[in-house]
Ligand binder design. Sequence first.
Ligand SMILES: C[S@@+](CC[C@H](N)C(=O)[O-])C[C@H]1O[C@@H](n2cnc3c(N)ncnc32)[C@H](O)[C@@H]1O
Length: 416
Amino acid sequence: MATNFIWGPDGNLPRIEEHTKRKLDVLKNYLDVYFDTVVRNPAQDRLNITLVDGFSGGGAYSDGNDTRAGSPLVLLNAVEEATVRLNEGRAKPLEINARFIFVDDEREHVAALKRELRGRGYKENDPRISVLEGKFVEHLPTIMAEIMQNQRKGRSIFFLDQFGYSDVPMSAIQTIFTALDRAEVVLNFAIDSLLNYLQDASAELPLYQQFGIDSRFIADWRQRKDENMGRALTQRALMAHIHAKSGAKFFTPFMLWSRTDNRWMMLAHLSQHQAARDKMLSVHWQEQNSFTHIGSGSLFSLGYDTRLIESCDSLFNFSEIDRTKLNTELVNALPAEVHQMMENGQLDVARLLDEIGNRTAGTNDDIFQVLSELAQARELEVLSANGTPKRAGTRISIKDRLIRPSQPTLFFPSRW
Ligand SMILES: C[S@@+](CC[C@H](N)C(=O)[O-])C[C@H]1O[C@@H](n2cnc3c(N)ncnc32)[C@H](O)[C@@H]1O
């Protein structure tokens, strides 16, 4: 086991690595955005949610002279902070009714986590918290049953911070998405470790087959290994397979560089709803250079993309420069997409977001901005939810509908 993740009986904490800090920052920022978005309605007085940490570790790290919260504490703190933040200035108090389920298969780590929780004032028999020893996959059926019993739509977040890539089978992720409409998964996946250890014989093994890896994939990887963009291309192909096999509609892969291991890790966010993906994207913009998404940011698809070979500078870093570039690219690319998707000259903005959500690094606000620019340039017309035309330049909303312009334009010529 990697020494940076050992919690022993002596109470010594492992030293936190830079990429682990980044990972936990993303988790925390995501939870903040999550709670701020799901509890928008001032009339709502309760939010039921289950937070599952399937690979919880011992709860804390040492960081120089400080102690740094591990993922279970990040989850607990995020709920406590959101409760305070969201109740500020509220007439009707809001209760976040959260259940926390922490799982780890190392007895010492479970003991360390319990120690950490006690030390921070959580009672051993706190009804909100379960700390389970054993493998995540073995506990999953009971966890699912509990979530389904308590929440009709299964609102839950699964943080699955495995070491490598073999402890969260694709079938487990599929089970989650088949049964729980409101589930989201944040999956850590050692994408480079998988690629580095691939051998011809791997194609025969179910472990690799579940990720869509066959002898053709391995042969392609062999061929590309030493190419400038060969690794990036193969990573993207693997991401496309993982997405397809996960059962999740939306998949947001972002890359995290481990300086210790000299390799890329992938922190993938999976969900069934575009709004959830939009929240995660906003966090990646916030985090900027810590995470690098590989490829162009405007409209792209996972899998092999020849544009990557043609332009090696198309690495996308979520910086302000990239945001400007993204805007320009979207202004050029969106009209054709909109044109293609329109039925009888009309397209709901919600449908557009649903369709292109997986293929852009732009958040909904970026896309609204571009649509508004296109409306100002008379490339599009916009109807509000009640069917009345919107003035060009007015802010676009998810409830609006796009209609083809009455006058022919550069992007919408007269023939249709
Ligand atoms: C990367 S560490 C977790 C770090 C923790 N999530 C954090 O951010 O503070 C992975 C943990 O998963 C545990 N583990 C390994 N295989 C497991 C499995 N199949 N099921 C549950 N836990 C497992 C290890 O004992 C280790 O504590």
